[in-house]
Design a protein around this ligand. Structure first.
Ligand code: ZN
Length: 330
């Protein structure tokens, strides 16, 4: 199947190849907002997202609640999400303790962050990237020993540049992609959480990363490609262009937040993750199947705006709605 092939023109030519949009607003979005959204609202969000056709949702993070009280109800959200048919439930896990909780929760996948920037890794985690890689290997051993099938995905952040270090060498990113796969990660994604990436850089780095991942083959459990995800923020307005560049390179899963939330707490008002409804529109406009119900996504955005009243939401398509040409096609 085309989607399991690495980068290249073949992927670009096959617009009918489906793409997966993974809603991460309940984790990435809410962790950057100081207020705590009540669990009841999160559950409504979860159900509405599933009803809109989203089939992968990151529902929270197993960080210590004292560090992130906004996400203290993650286990409850995992429980509710596991009851939704056909939904792949993922959680963010910052360390081995979080991994234990993720395995215990029954989540389908855990996302382990690994910073490609040495300076960022030290500042945020007080660990070098290679310390984190060793921890990933430990989490893989723990997972296997527990007989769990919780997939291990490594999210390689600051892959396109870093607010502390500035430039991040592509060679270092590629070295860490290989190290993460060697440590037992089933899939790896590249993330630009600071809005430094440009489309050319995205295309080139993903193409090179696909080459690195190719010898690892596809995941024997589900046929999934190893280089699995693009995670882009729209901080400087290039979010959708970067999604397109990654799609051209062969990426078929994208992290998004309803209403484009997830901005940087240190840059008030800055836009956050690419908006779920905008990415749905981008892909649909190119004829890429996503299984998403556009009206339901816009309605969910409206609900999120109500729950988070006073917080800036972002994105574009909600203002004008679908163009007539697409309404007729729908
Ligand atoms: Zn993000």
């Amino acid at each position: 199947m085309e989607r399991n092939q690495p980068a290249g023109a073949a992927a670009f030519q096959d617009a009918a190849d489906p793409a997966i949009v993974r809603e991460v607003g309940l984790r990435d979005g809410l962790q950057s907002i100081a207020r705590t959204l009540p669990t009841a609202a999160k559950l409504q969000w979860l159900h509405a997202a599933h009803a809109a056709g989203l089939r992968e949702i990151e529902v929270g993070s197993f960080v210590p609640p004292r560090l992130m009280p906004q996400l203290a109800d993650t286990a409850e959200l995992v429980r509710a999400a596991l009851a939704l048919p056909g939904l792949t439930v993922s959680v963010l896990v910052p360390n081995i303790k979080g991994a234990e909780r993720a395995i215990e929760s029954g989540a389908h996948a855990m996302l382990l962050p690994l910073s490609a920037s040495h300076a960022h890794s030290l500042a945020n985690l007080r660990k070098t990237p290679d310390d984190v890689v060793r921890e990933i290997a430990g989490i893989r051993r723990l997972r296997d020993a527990a007989g769990s099938r919780c997939a291990i995905e490594v999210g390689l952040s600051t892959a396109f540049g870093c607010t502390i270090q500035g430039r991040v060498e592509p060679a270092e990113v590629l070295r860490l992609v290989r190290a993460a796969l060697d440590a037992g990660a089933e899939r790896v994604g590249l993330a630009d959480t600071v809005g430094y990436a440009d489309p050319r850089q995205v295309r080139e780095l993903f193409e090179r990363a696909f080459e690195v991942a190719r010898p690892y083959g596809v995941n024997s459990a589900n046929g999934e490609q190893r280089l699995a995800c693009g995670h882009f923020h729209d901080t400087r307005g290039l979010g959708l262009a970067n999604v397109f560049a990654a799609w051209e390179a062969g990426v078929r899963r994208f992290d998004t937040c309803t209403g484009g939330i997830g901005g940087c707490p240190h840059a008030p008002g800055a836009s956050g993750n690419v908006a779920t409804e905008d990415v749905a529109y981008l892909l649909a406009s190119m004829g890429v199947p996503t299984g998403l119900d556009f009206d339901a996504l816009i309605a969910l955005r409206g609900a999120v705006a109500g729950w988070l009243e006073g917080e800036p939401l972002h994105g574009h398509i909600w203002r004008a709605g679908l163009p007539k040409t697409m309404k007729e096609a729908a």
